[in-house]
Design a protein around this ligand. Structure first.
Ligand SMILES: [Zn+2]
Length: 263
């Protein structure tokens, strides 16, 4: 019986220009393809966040080896590279789009977003401007939540039920605001799994980075006890570096980490 479900988080699918902040989370098309093939070979089934929410609440069941796949930001490579690969395996995924950045260079346009939805994928909100909600006033947070939802629903003509916090930044004051804006739930970038019976809908995810390979994906699915511990330590170290170094030098550190792993 399924006990806990990982939600994978991807960003750019392809080569991000070296030295850009995106490079840290860019997974090449070949690596993404290999990872999806691996999921299929292991008999994994992708599930929607809706199905996951029902299961968490004790309604309905999930297929064996359930996995949810999500994408943040709305990068154009998600439409061009990721969707065809997902379709090869009959996989579904949730795309969290930064609403006010649709149509910017390198991002999906509204036609692309509609095509992603028409390909059987779901669309969620990644905020309006990608500002970190923890740095905004309550009114600004309300605006980011409501206006991004309204804009996405107007263009996609579907209810937008899920929210992904930009930069993974959230605080305990956010859940009521997200609910008030009409979302069913939200996902963070904290590391972890979704478990049945856990009442809240603030789900952690497992972020995939440029340096990750199939063996990390295998660990992630097997979830040995040390896996979460090691992942959380790594994330804490990065967050500590971010608060000590400030955003600019933190991005420089991540660039060095990417270069070292590719060397
Ligand atoms: Zn983002």
């Amino acid at each position: 019986m399924t006990k806990r479900v990982p939600i994978l988080l991807y960003h750019v699918i392809g080569e991000a220009a070296e030295g850009t902040p995106e490079a840290f989370y860019a997974v090449t098309r070949a690596a993404f393809s290999e990872q999806m093939r691996y999921l299929a070979q292991r008999g994994c089934h992708t599930v929607s966040l809706e199905a996951l929410a029902d299961w968490v609440e004790g309604r309905g069941s999930l297929p064996p080896r359930a996995v949810a796949i999500t994408f943040d930001d709305g990068d154009v490579t998600q439409h061009e590279a990721a969707v065809p690969i997902l379709q090869e395996h009959g996989f579904q995924a949730m795309f969290f789009v930064t609403a006010a950045r649709v149509g910017e260079p390198g991002m999906m346009g509204w036609d692309d977003v509609r095509r992603v939805e028409a390909a059987g994928m779901a669309i969620g909100s990644h905020g309006l401007t990608h500002r970190l909600l923890t740095e905004l006033t309550v009114d600004e947070v309300r605006w980011e939540l409501a206006e991004s939802k309204r804009l996405l629903e107007t263009h996609v003509m579907r209810p937008v039920q899920w929210f992904a916090f930009p930069g993974g930044a959230w605080s305990s004051g956010m859940p009521p605001l997200v609910a008030e804006a009409g979302y069913r739930g939200a996902v963070t970038s904290d590391v972890g799994y979704v478990a049945r019976g856990v009442a809240d809908r603030w789900w952690p995810r497992c972020v995939m980075r440029s340096t990750d390979n199939v063996s990390r994906l295998a660990e992630l699915l097997d979830a040995p006890a040390w896996f979460l511990w090691r992942e959380r330590m790594g994330q804490q170290a990065l967050r500590a570096a971010r608060s000590v170094l400030g955003m600019q030098r933190y991005e420089a550190l991540k660039r060095r980490l990417v270069r070292r792993s590719h060397a």
